[in-house]
Ligand binder design. Structure first.
Ligand SMILES: NC(=O)c1ccc[n+]([C@@H]2O[C@H](COP(=O)([O-])OP(=O)(O)OC[C@H]3O[C@@H](n4cnc5c(N)ncnc54)[C@H](O)[C@@H]3O)[C@@H](O)[C@H]2O)c1
Ligand SMILES: [Fe+2]
Length: 383
């Protein structure tokens, strides 16, 4: 039952320049804001791609001084952030631009925090109330997504792991929202099929988990439902025969997922996070495999919400099981695995995975409570 005597907070994001060619506006945007010394933060792969060189050249052509920091891990760790912060200071930068997937944008956001906040980085962990220490100004921060998945471009948090344990920590503060997002689908045209599929399933998971998450947030739910529709209708084309339309729909759908998940996420993300911590599994892939199982767990009792998601997906059947079967089939069509054993999970991992999943920060907003035993059962079912 919804409690209408409670005051809630709804946060919607920042200025978004969306569309093919949006990235061309970046140099003039910097100049108009009096900025001339950007630190471009990306990952080692993206730093070698043609579009990245073109972005760099477009800045240099306008006489801007450009430094690149790309020395980051696949699942970024604290020392990556500290290194990037040192480079910012040593090279006397005046703004930070995160260009890449969630990993690069998260590191860029964490460096943005780091510059004027000098406590231990994980003192700012949101789960221990660390956002109260985020008191200083932060450098001008811009995001440029080049995958369509995490939606980190419109987020206010950065997921950074501990170097030794690989435990994921969340740095969060409203100030860490990008001042502007340049979301240009043309930058995703060369994204390989596997990454397109895995990141796209992450975005679908955000929209689905947000739609059914606990709480009263009709705006997030409306966005999530349309995000589900857009991703469901374009993910196969974007993966197997990409064109601008399918890539554009994936990019806006993933951005919408991240706007929607301010309502909360759920059991699927809590199942997925430990796989990245323990086995370095890509975040989107971990969600893709767990999504049908997590939705099957949630479906009983949520018939109305599942029906609305099924309608958004244009399915003939509208039960929870119809959605679950559709998700399994989607993973297969995308060439993604449907079992955890196919991504290196072994029976002996289940205990540690279940501990980590139960300690994860996402499932408290799942529409129904999840116990450690539930996680164990879900992992075993998906094995
Ligand atoms: N901040 C948030 O709200 C949030 C939410 C979910 C996940 N995350 C984090 O995001 C990370 C995952 O992000 P991701 O799924 O975008 O993956 P990613 O950043 O790891 O990128 C996936 C791969 O695609 C490559 N790539 C990126 N853009 C490309 C392009 N245009 N063409 C070709 N290759 C390209 C990258 O080099 C990388 O190898 C994880 O670290 C996860 O913890 C953050
Ligand atoms: Fe995610």
């Amino acid at each position: 039952m919804t409690d209408f005597n409670t005051v809630r907070q709804y946060n919607f994001p920042t200025t978004i320049r969306f569309g093919a060619g949006a990235i061309k506006e970046l140099p003039d945007h910097l100049i108009a804001n009096g900025l001339s010394k950007p630190l471009l933060v990306t990952d080692p792969m993206v730093s070698g791609l043609d579009f990245f060189t073109a972005i760099k050249n477009s800045l240099v052509a306008k006489s801007l001084s450009v430094e690149v920091f790309s020395d980051i891990h696949k699942n970024p760790v604290k020392s990556d952030v500290l290194k990037g912060g040192e480079i910012y200071n040593l090279t006397d930068r005046d703004c930070i631009i995160g260009i890449g997937g969630g990993a690069a944008m998260d590191v860029a956001r964490a460096i943005t925090l780091r510059i004027n906040h000098h406590r231990d980085l994980f003192d700012y962990d949101d789960l221990i109330g660390g956002d109260k220490y985020v008191t200083e100004e932060v450098p001008y921060f811009i995001t440029v997504p080049t995958t369509s998945g995490t939606g980190s471009e419109v987020g206010r948090s950065a997921i950074i792991s501990e170097d030794d344990t690989h435990r994921k920590r969340i740095l969060f503060a409203p100030k860490l929202l990008a001042k502007i997002v340049f979301a240009d689908p043309l930058l995703t045209m060369q994204l390989p099929p596997f990454v397109t599929a895995a990141t796209g399933m992450d975005a679908l998971t955000h929209n689905m988990e947000a739609f059914i998450a606990k709480g009263f947030h009709p705006m997030a739910e409306g966005i999530a439902l349309e995000g589900i529709r857009l991703i469901n209708e374009s993910i196969i084309k974007a993966t197997l025969e990409p064109d601008l339309e399918s890539r554009s729909k994936m990019m806006i759908g993933s951005l919408m997922g991240a706007v929607a998940f301010q309502k909360g996420l759920g059991v699927v993300h809590s199942l997925a996070h430990p796989l990245s911590s323990l086995l370095d599994t890509h975040h989107g892939l971990a969600n893709a495999v767990n999504l049908p199982y997590g939705m099957r767990f949630n479906a009983p009792g949520l018939e109305e919400q599942f029906k609305r998601m099924a309608i958004a997906m244009d399915l003939t059947g509208t039960t929870g099981e119809d959605i679950v079967n559709h998700l399994f089939a989607l993973n297969k069509k995308l060439g993604l695995p449907t079992k955890l054993s196919e991504i290196g999970v072994k029976a002996e991992h289940i205990e540690s995975l279940s501990d980590l999943a139960f300690a994860d920060f996402c499932h408290p907003s799942n529409p129904k409570p999840v116990t450690r035993n539930d996680f164990q059962k879900l992992y075993l079912e998906a094995l």
